[in-house]
Design a protein around this ligand. Sequence first.
Ligand SMILES: [Zn+2]
Ligand SMILES: [Zn+2]
Length: 463
Amino acid sequence: MKLYASTLKQTGTARFDWRALSHKLWSSDLQFGSTRGGLVLMAMLVAGALLSETGVHYGLFELGALLRAKTVVAFANVRELLLSELDAVVASWLVIGIGARVLFGVAAAVLDMLFYRKITGRRFDWEGMVNLAVVNVIFLCTALLTFMNASFQVPLRWYESLISRVPTLLELDGNLAVIAACLAGDLCFYWSHRLCHKVRLFWNLGHINHHRARDMSQLTHSVDPHALFLDTAGGKVFVLLFLPLATKLFTADLSGSGWALVAVMAIDVWLNPSHSVFLYQAEIRLRVLRWFRWLLVTPAVHYTHHSREPRHNISDGANFAARFSLWDRLFGTYVEPPAYIPETGLYGEQVDYCRNPLRFVLLPYVKLYRELRDHELKYWPAILFGPTSWQPRPRAKAQGQHGDELRGARAAAPGARLRPGLAQPRGAHTSMPAAAGTVIAAEEVACAIQSSRGSEGHASVSV
Ligand SMILES: [Zn+2]
Ligand SMILES: [Zn+2]
């Protein structure tokens, strides 16, 4: 308390120093000590994070409700299926498949936690796990906040009425419907994902969060902020807007698809835990699993999407598809996963990873606010919607403000890539994606200093 209170000589009373407290809350990073108290605290927080991630995020708590469900959502972005409309045996296997997907995801998460050091040789990021569990709850709640907002419903209703006027050109059912729905859904995901790696707003306020985690595993990665600006900040504009349009043009009736639906579900059980080091290791050891990479986005293929190695940076990233490697091969963005587990993180010595939920969530907004504040209105379109590899020219005032801190950061984080601050022409792509080499702001510097002091020795890591 003495840190935040100062004595007033005149009155003899203590005044709470909110400024010092807010500075402490903003700049501190979670770090567990090796004392008995520190270890007990760590055990409690890790248990809470594990419950939150497996129970809420991966759906373990919903398994009971699944057994009584009359409708199921088998795949993301596919509308609910009425189980009574399916063949009874197929419906049972579909429910078993959904349950297996939850349990397999939980198993992969726990195995990652237990064997992370054995597999990678690096310490499991316990602090990162707790931090990201809190962050994920916040990001998942953003969907509720968005949809509870009445004004948000207006454009949604307008879009729905627009879609209702689109004529259906092709009626598909059975196995053809499943294949068409899978390919169309994944194509939409591919372009929306690639878009949110390309456009500053989508990247800096949304998808960057998914790529910030260092020492990534199934339990140490963040989701995108949900439903923020219709999920456009997460780059899902094509999935949310284009997919309904596409599936209106051709209507796929999945209820008649039978065993093809169960087969797709079985594949999804394996592919879904795509951030797992345990499943990556399984692919390194078993050649038969690697054969599937010709067609599917196996866990190792998506894990490589999070690699921070420059050779994996084909087009501000690589391996953008969710389920079919076909799209990356077709559009030239496929990279073969290496025979070792690559270090994950942002390209370049990006330093805005931290283990402080408050700073983790708010820092991207602070950075964007500063960019807008420090530049004239004519630069705002480029700041918001320019390519991620473009950086606005810092004003002299801003340079002066941060000059000493930048030099400090260079000293604190040797090898950190600092942009010289010269404006690049719009559209000029550098070897590092946007996310990457950014002019480092004061908060990032604090983060860099703390990261470089961290005992994990991963100052050069992370998605
Ligand atoms: Zn991505
Ligand atoms: Zn990912």
